[in-house]
Design a protein around this ligand. Sequence first.
Ligand SMILES: Cc1cc2nc3c(=O)[nH]c(=O)nc-3n(C[C@H](O)[C@H](O)[C@H](O)COP(=O)(O)O)c2cc1C
Length: 321
Amino acid sequence: MELNWKQQVRPIIALSPMADMTDSAYCRIVKSIASPIVFREMVSAEAVIRGNDKTLDMSAIHEDERPLVQQIFGAHPDSMREAARVIEEEHHPEGIDINMGCPVYKITSNFNGAALMKEPELAATIVKEMKSVISVPLSTKMRAGWSVHTECIDFAKRMEQAGSDLITVHGRTKEQAYRGLSNRNVVREVKKGVQVPVLYNGDVFTHEDYFQALEETECDGVLIARGALGNPWIFRDIEARLRGEQPTPVTIRERIDVICQHLDLHLLQYGEQSITTFRKHLSWYFKGISNMKPYKQELMTTKNRNELIDILEKIALHLDE
Ligand SMILES: Cc1cc2nc3c(=O)[nH]c(=O)nc-3n(C[C@H](O)[C@H](O)[C@H](O)COP(=O)(O)O)c2cc1C
């Protein structure tokens, strides 16, 4: 399977990378429901080249997830180049992406993530070095800027010149973190200023938001993050609309079936003891679902897979009535 951003069918629909969320288990769930391109959670370049087993396992790919883009974060051209080489050699993702948008202090204090936006020449060198060793497309994911919304316009041009095959912009600055709204106007300016495809990212929570964002930014597609948490059906809804059909509401039965499948893939990936790390997904799957109060406590405390399945079945039975 190959990925060619220029030839990819428009509009592009994609799952945005989210640390601890867009792992193999969740990407498989998304792909069992619809066909977006999935961006895997970021992995550390330094950990990859140290041969850290956990990190290398994190970037293993199941065939069902393809085409898949693996994101890498790092600040040193040599380690980013070597990490990209190792990841392509070991796991053959269809694309590699560079994290130039993470605002978290632990990341930016080491000049990774959004800090690269303050160092365009370093960022360009990283792009060139990575491109020199991989055969798949390389993309860059950035914020609107570090502190000023328009910084991404020149920065994106610089990344294109350096060889980035696709650019994603989350329309908030690093300093905003998640405050305020994602600025769509500035992403439209980025799109106008480069030849490579541009994906918009930010505040897309429904299929209506997706089409509105496309119209407002004139981008080639949209990357969806929080709107896909507990809601892999958002991609199915968008695909239905593109076929000229009305999206179908998700029934409780369907929700529970998908949660059970996701739970089993999660346990397969992390081991039988990992129910506790599945709870974050449960919170998202039941966000906004009414009449959940009697089950919440049990749902969030059980440590046993079969017990959890029983609770989920009880919910299906009662809420479906
Ligand atoms: C839990 C979580 C983890 C994230 N991890 C990453 C990551 O690994 N790499 C990345 O580029 N962005 C990461 N992001 C940012 C999202 O990909 C996205 O850019 C941001 O949430 C805005 O999109 P949204 O409004 O659709 O959520 C993360 C966001 C969340 C909520």
